[in-house]
Design a protein around this ligand. Sequence first.
Ligand code: HEM
Length: 449
Amino acid sequence: MAGHFIYFNTRRRILIISSLSVATELLEKRSSKYSGRPDAPSMSLYAGYIMCCSMLTCPRYGWGFTTGLLDYTDRWKQHRRFHQQGFRPEAVFNWRPFQLQKAHTLLVNLLASPGHMVDHVTTFTASTIMAATYGYDTLPHKDPMLDIVNRAIAIFIESTSIANVACFTIFPFLKYLPTWLPGLSFYRNAPVSRDLARKMLDTPFEFTKKSMADGSAEPSLVYEFLSRSREAGGNGLLDEEIVKEVAASGLTAGIETTSSVLMAFFLAMAMYPKVQERAQAEIDEVVGRRRLPNFDDRASLPYVEAVLRAPHATTEDDMYDGWFIPDQTLVIVNVWAIGHDESRYEDPNTFNPSRFLTPEGELNDDDLHYIYGFGRRICPGRYLAEASLWIAIASVLAVFQIRKAKNEHGEDIEIVPQFTRGQVTHPAPFKCAIVPRSVEAEQLARTQI
Ligand code: HEM
């Protein structure tokens, strides 16, 4: 162990980095060496984002195509080029009107059934990504396309939980046993998962192709790539398969992560009413109560912005600070530790947006970029995610009060924050009350769509 990193040299070489400067030095400045993915079952951890990646397990469940699981190969580079084009800041800018509209749908859904906050949040994040990717406008409830995507993600997450993958990693012979044996039921999910993954790759893609053929296609990532490929005389099937893979990778990487942050926002607001009041006071002062916030208000709402802020396998040997880091070391960035580093953050366990403000009330330069990863593997969907999160948070704060739920005696039900385990962590179910701030706020929300 050396200061901010721990190195295990067991059967699998593992390096855990808990310092921003070490992560930046290794994963950004020496990014060419640290952009691979491990060649054996392994886990890479991020706080709030735990991705369990297994080169053996994921293809079995039909998920070997996703960008995040591809090794540092030409195919991965092709994926990245597509992501870069589709989700670069200028391209994402064009999605703002749509994100605003979907944030308003979120408000109306919350008014109708606040108890289904988790479903509404997932519909919101999925609908923005589906629109940007396929030009597909999801229904507010029970959308058939979204149903395929959600089922594909759910069965994959359930089947490849860390416990299950660890089981296969430690006892690889299990995969030769009959799947009817007790305890191996999750393994029976593999063909179902493969089937759903295939549907997830094909169905929305075919939707875009069909709408291009009948002239009704909305602009989208898939639309743009297919048009360009046709203009350039692309070689059909191969190109189409890559576009399908890239598009579905964005869906699978973006929905759970973005939804998880929004759920954590509701949790924090219920637990920290003073923070909520201060953010709402800022919105009332800057935006007023006669309209809802829009993206033009973002720069004038530093406190709301502050509320929003709250594995790499090496492909070559490397030396760092006198330490030798061999090829094929699994590198894990412990984002939780970086976010709880007391030398950076005073009282790090408290939800305190003010830590991102200067004494003058301006935003400081800590933009938490590290939550999106480092170097060549950095999250390509971060601009889309940030914009979706901001507009959802600002809109919800303008319209709702989020409070602890009450029991039958009218007392607050205390919230003990807990997070699920799995490939993407999110707050464990908790009760909260989501009620309009006023009759006017409710009417304002209803008149937007
Ligand atoms: C709050 C939301 C999000 C968070 C916290 C998040 C975080 C991350 C992190 C930590 C990584 C791994 C980076 C690394 O290996 O160093 C990643 C990868 C990725 N993310 Fe995101 N992400 C979010 C939303 C999105 C969205 C909306 C999309 C697409 C629309 C997306 C697409 C991807 C893809 C394709 C990868 C794989 C990149 C690669 O391996 O080259 N993410 N994300």
